[in-house]
Design a protein around this ligand. Sequence first.
Ligand code: FE2
Length: 248
Amino acid sequence: MKILHISDLHFGYHDEHLIQNFKKFTRIENPDLIIITGDLTHRAKTDQFEDAKEFIKDLPCKTLCIPGNHDVPLYRVDKRLFSPFSKYKNIMNLPKEISFENDLVNLIGLNSVNPRSVKKGKLTSLQLERIDNYFSNENKWNILMFHHNISKIEDLHNPLHSSKDLIEIAKDRPIHIICTGHLHYSHVTPIDEKFPIIAHAGSLSCKRKNDNYNSFFSFDVDLKNLKITKHIYKEDNFIKDAYWEFSK
Ligand SMILES: [Fe+2]
């Protein structure tokens, strides 16, 4: 099974050339699933959500998406506090949290956006409880996804509130991959010696990058093996840049 993990598209402050190239990549590679860890838009505006919706509609397989902090209004504080996700829900027609299961994969996507904070994310005690209860079957690849980073990467934003509690839960549960975004800085590392692996995706298409390249991950999974490939945008194409392999 091939899964693509993309993040931080930032429609409204994006490079359309990369969007078209990624769509071309999906038609050639034919993934089974694409997961998107938030920031579909740059400023949560109607036309930006409409562009994001059109992009998702054009993808050749099932997509799973959760919101990022840029998907709630920034300057319209009343809207940010009282109806932060109205455009995300009404235009995209997407729930804020999702789950998915098939023979190989068991996945939940949670909403880590805290509308009271511009950048810093949060997982509530209820969400942590859900994570604690959700993953039990070690035979599947258990994937948790949300927007904000759970570890400090370079000198970028601090980890989300409750990251320490999450890491403690993750050590006791068969969670294999934690997919995040937010920093526009691609990073793959195990939390402990092996699982869970943090797959922190760079930005697919935003003009602002903190690690020089727009990028995304592909995960190839079978019953025992997980192969992660990082693709970066260089010289008008997405090319393979780095590779990791993990086994159960
Ligand atoms: Fe972002």
